[in-house]
Design a protein around this ligand. Sequence first.
Ligand code: GRF
Length: 208
Amino acid sequence: MAAARLVVLVSGSGTNLQALLDAISEDPQYGAEIVAVGADRDEIAGLERAERAGLPTFVCKVKEYDSRDAWDAALADAVSAYEPDLVVSAGFMKIVGKEFLARFGGRFVNTHPALLPSFPGAHGVRDALAYGAKVTGCTVHFVDDGVDTGPIIAQGVVAVRDEDDEAALHERIKEVERQLLVDVVGRLARNGYSIEGRKVHVGEHGHR
Ligand code: GRF
């Protein structure tokens, strides 16, 4: 089967993107290729990583559009131009809207740095720490129209240490998160999948 086409969306340092790039270049059987990288802002390390890898990039900034819906439609158009099988939000710090989900729902994957449904939103690491949770981690899930509420594909657990601050905990979570994302995207691409309600089945009997 041809490699699944991925468009990856980033807003920051892009270490999750880099992990996907490394996995693809190291393993000819990985099953996916990145065809473009998009962002909601420029001058970020994530875009530099894409450029170093020789990939096309695009930037859609909310403030350049008259409305959030216009931005969302423009983002959907930009992504759609690369005809992706899967779209991966790898630290993309924007909530997409109706148009984007109408076109990419069911094949739009996000990674979140907490064990959902605990601690959704932009500060998952800080919130888990402030709550006093003893374990937290990361969740790779399909995106639906809520904030970090879509069907869960896989999770990784990280113990919270007494001496942790947000940065230290986030760094340990990201080590697990990168491996989990690489594993999940590869399995979705190679084995296909199906989504029934909240349950995601990845494997021989799924479909892409
Ligand atoms: C990840 O922890 C992601 O879950 C969070 O932001 C981080 C992005 O890291 N939303 P990077 O840009 O992939 O290095």
